[in-house]
Design a protein around this ligand. Structure first.
Ligand code: FES
Length: 312
């Protein structure tokens, strides 16, 4: 620190670090809205420029270098004696106030911001809580080929009735490779989450299946060629593609497996669009997204978490 000796106050020169810090914060906030990579870049810029800014401030107000002390010491001692020498060895009051203001402000900002960011961002990573894993719907012979069956099951025996879910299950027969094919559509509307209904009459009586240690599964065949949502008039075709109304994508679907001749539900995933039908359908498959969230097209960039996916 080179102090002038003409008693004029020392004015710090302009610094670019605050501007970089502000750009980093802006990038971080935009990243929260559009994508994780932008969020990471913003966080890195913020941390780097913040550190440079703090470093500059503390150096500006901190103790002088040995060379400087050596150069100025005779003059200072001459003017102020031993008191001036002692002052050179410690931080002065303004440096202390600057550092403590930045430190305390940073702590308060972190205490306010981090919980808010956590509540805002984490749900996108951890999903909605209960997920469907390995729910046994019973023998595949209970699912007549080419017809939807409304399967009502309990997702978690611990949670009980509030975790009752409904899936529309259609046995598509075999694929060209000889593999069993099922279309399993989740009943939650992808507009705002109301329960979707099959458009068609019931076909016979329901069947009940009870797996070991689990509440019963109810299977009700229906003659449905489409699905409708009673809340705002959303309509979907027989593959779950949106055909009318406010929903933004096709109905979500389940992965599945066949275990000892039984149909077992796996994870839920979101669907952009289904091309073709039945065993020949090509599904635009994405990570599970909330109702109202676009998973493909330009609109996907308007939502906080990117939805990488693949055709299957
Ligand atoms: S919730 Fe289904 S159309 Fe609005």
């Amino acid at each position: 620190m080179n102090e002038s000796h003409d008693d004029k106050p020392h004015t710090p020169g302009p610094s670019l670090w605050p501007i970089g810090f502000a750009v980093g914060v802006a990038c971080l906030l935009v990243g929260l809205v559009i994508s994780v990579p932008a969020l990471i870049v913003g966080a890195v810029i913020t941390v780097v420029f913040g550190w440079l800014w703090v470093r500059e401030l503390t150096h500006r107000h901190g103790p002088p270098s040995e060379a400087t002390v050596g150069a100025e010491a005779p003059i200072e001692e001459e003017r102020y004696g031993a008191v001036a020498e002692a002052a050179h060895d410690t931080y002065d009051r303004s440096a202390f106030l600057t550092a403590s203001t930045i430190g305390v402000g940073g702590l308060i900002g972190a205490a306010v911001t981090i919980p808010s960011l956590g509540f805002m961002v984490l749900p996108s990573f951890v999903g909605e809580g209960v997920e469907t894993y390995d729910v046994d719907l019973g023998p595949i012979s209970n699912f007549p080929e080419g017809e939807y069956v409304v399967a009502t099951y309990t997702e978690s025996a611990d949670i009980g009735e509030v975790s009752r879910r409904t899936a529309f299950v259609r046995n598509n027969g075999l694929t060209a490779d000889g593999v069993p094919s099922f279309s399993i559509v989740f009943s939650r509307c992808v507009h705002l989450g109301c329960p979707v209904q099959p458009n068609g009459p019931l076909d016979g009586d329901p069947i009940e299946y009870v797996a070991d240690g689990m509440p019963p599964v109810t299977l009700q065949p229906v003659l449905a060629a489409s699905f409708g949502c009673p809340c705002h008039g959303g309509l979907y075709d027989g593959e779950g593609n949106r055909t009318a109304g406010p929903p933004v994508r096709a109905l979500d679907r389940y992965e599945f497996s066949i275990v000892d001749g039984n149909l077992v539900l796996g994870r839920l995933f979101s669907v952009g669009e289904v091309q073709g039908n039945g065993a020949n359908a090509v599904i635009s498959k994405y990570y599970r997204a909330y109702p109202g969230v676009h998973v493909d097209g330009i609109e996907r960039f308007l939502y906080p978490i990117p939805t990488p996916g693949s055709k299957s």
